[in-house]
Ligand binder design. Structure first.
Ligand code: MG
Length: 166
């Protein structure tokens, strides 16, 4: 039994903040503004996995007005979702993602992001796809005002599933 999930996230780009993507610090003049470390890739991946499980969204589980999540490493959120998935008897089949960012070019960082995602999701790097696109100078991404990530994830039941997840 397979289930699919979709997640998306957007953050404003500002000076004086680090840019963290998939747990990798990117050398950039602008960083992502947000309550946690504002890692759009991990936020979108968390929403995708919660979506595959029909267990709400990241904001339900980790309210962004709670002080304890200030500057939190976003791998915490994805690890939590992985825990919920495993409790219900599922494993990840594969994950595909696209990051929209005008600059810098993300190609040099992609394999490090894939490795981090594979570790958190407890899968092989070959099950993880990270793609990057520019915004072609249009809209918030193209004007360097925002960074966006979109993620789809496929999970598969292994053995007994619980909580009506069939
Ligand atoms: Mg976010």
């Amino acid at each position: 039994m397979f289930r699919i999930g979709f997640g998306t996230d957007i953050h404003r780009l500002v000076a004086g903040r680090p840019l963290v993507l998939g747990g990798v610090v990117i050398e950039s003049e602008l960083g992502a503004d947000g309550h946690s470390d504002a890692d759009v890739l991990l936020h979108a991946a968390t929403d995708a996995l919660l979506g595959a499980l029909a267990l709400g969204d990241i904001g339900m589980h980790f309210p962004n007005d709670e002080e304890r999540w200030r500057n939190a490493e976003s791998s915490i959120f994805l690890r939590y979702a992985v825990g919920l998935m495993k409790e219900r008897g599922f494993v990840v089949c594969n994950i595909d993602s696209t990051i929209d960012l005008e600059k810098p070019k993300l190609r040099p960082y992609v394999d490090a992001m894939r490795t981090n995602l594979a570790n958190v999701l407890e899968i092989d790097i070959h099950q993880v796809s990270v793609k990057a696109k520019t915004g072609e100078k249009v809209d918030a991404v193209g004007e360097q005002r925002a960074i966006r990530a979109q993620v789809v994830i496929m999970i598969e039941a292994k053995g007994e599933t619980t909580d009506g997840h069939r």
